[in-house]
Ligand binder design. Structure first.
Ligand code: PEP
Ligand code: MG
Length: 321
């Protein structure tokens, strides 16, 4: 029985009508990689690298980071590994960074904004990643992107990092796919434009929900209003997938919604190419997807997008599960 479970976990997630959706893992460090593979992860959809920077007195250096990224890539063999560059700010602080107190930190110097300001910190990470790139199937992803200009600036810094490595005699993979997280409403609305500047998107439903509904994701007083099943959020996801696919770009989803098996028919019907979640949710999600039909999922999504609120969306999903 145990063997059957393991075989099932490793098998792909293909719907009854033959539609495949890649099931990947979110992780924070090298140790979680082995665990995720045992649970059936087909890749890493989100490596939250900020955890390498936290709870210490100085940032991790290039060599230290290189070794970690290399080991994760080696552990995943040829499976894709999406590494998100440092996503600090908001509620996450680094004692060694000069971060002025902000009145609205979640609307402040966060994610890519902070990295574009602290260029050396960012470049050290980019160099470590470029060096690791020849050890596996690496993809790079920038967080909290709002504008086209931010993507261009980040790519310029990536090229600078590459040139500096080259001068030092270190060659790197030339074709590393570059993606962005879609977690700001403006980015979701501009997805068609942003798609032409990147190779892929990954939708961050945690922040997309927070910013779409204007509800702090960590504030208990408004927690009842925080719901990724709100049709406003679903409309954004629908629109982002559509915009990406029109431009021939790949689109995944890596917020908490991705690990919720109640959402399975919705995620399939939205046409996502990949969903990424904590390792423990992978087996149940794959099992659910295999029992679903893509065509029915499409139909269901059309219905859900017409509903007035998150409550009604959940009710329909509970009935269909
Ligand atoms: C998200 O915002 O949905 C996401 C995956 O990123 P994080 O939870 O790390 O902000
Ligand atoms: Mg986020």
């Amino acid at each position: 029985r145990e063997k059957r479970c393991i075989r099932n976990a490793l098998a792909k997630a293909i719907t009854r009508d033959g539609h495949e959706i890649e099931v990947a893992t979110n992780l924070r460090n090298f140790e979680e990689a082995e665990l995720a593979l045992a649970y059936g992860a087909e890749g890493v959809g989100l490596f939250r690298t900020e955890f390498l920077y936290m709870n210490r007195q100085e940032p991790p250096g290039e060599e230290e980071q290189f070794l970690i990224y290399r080991d994760v890539l080696l552990a995943l063999k040829d499976k894709p590994v999406i590494v998100r560059t440092l996503d600090i700010g908001g509620d996450k602080h680094l004692p060694y960074l000069e971060q002025d107190k902000e009145d609205n930190p979640f609307l402040g110097l966060r994610g890519i904004r902070l990295c574009l300001k602290h260029k050396n910190l960012f470049k050290t990470q980019l160099k470590a990643l470029l060096r690791a790139s020849s050890y596996g199937n690496l993809k790079l992803m920038f967080p909290m992107v709002t504008t086209l200009e931010e993507i261009r600036q980040a790519k310029t810094l990536l090229e600078e990092a590459r040139e500096e490595l080259q001068v030092a005699g270190i060659e790197t993979s030339i074709n590393i796919p570059i993606g962005i997280m879609i977690e700001v409403p403006a980015a979701a609305l501009m997805a068609d434009i942003l798609a032409s500047e990147v190779d892929f998107f990954s939708i961050g439903t945690n922040d997309l929900t927070q910013y779409t509904l204007a509800v702090d994701r960590d504030n208990e007083k408004v927690a009842v209003l925080y719901d990724a099943y709100h049709p406003a959020v679903l409309k954004f996801i629908y629109q982002v997938v559509d915009a990406a696919h029109r431009k021939g770009k790949w689109v995944g989803l890596c917020g908490e919604l991705g690990g919720d098996s109640l959402a399975a028919p919705l995620l399939v019907g939205l046409g996502l190419d990949e969903i990424s979640m904590s390792p423990v949710f992978i087996p149940a999600m794959k099992e659910r997807i295999r029992a679903l039909s893509y065509e029915e999922g499409r139909e269901l999504v059309r219905r859900l997008l017409e509903l007035p609120g998150a409550k009604e969306v959940r009710e329909v999903l509970v009935k269909t599960s």
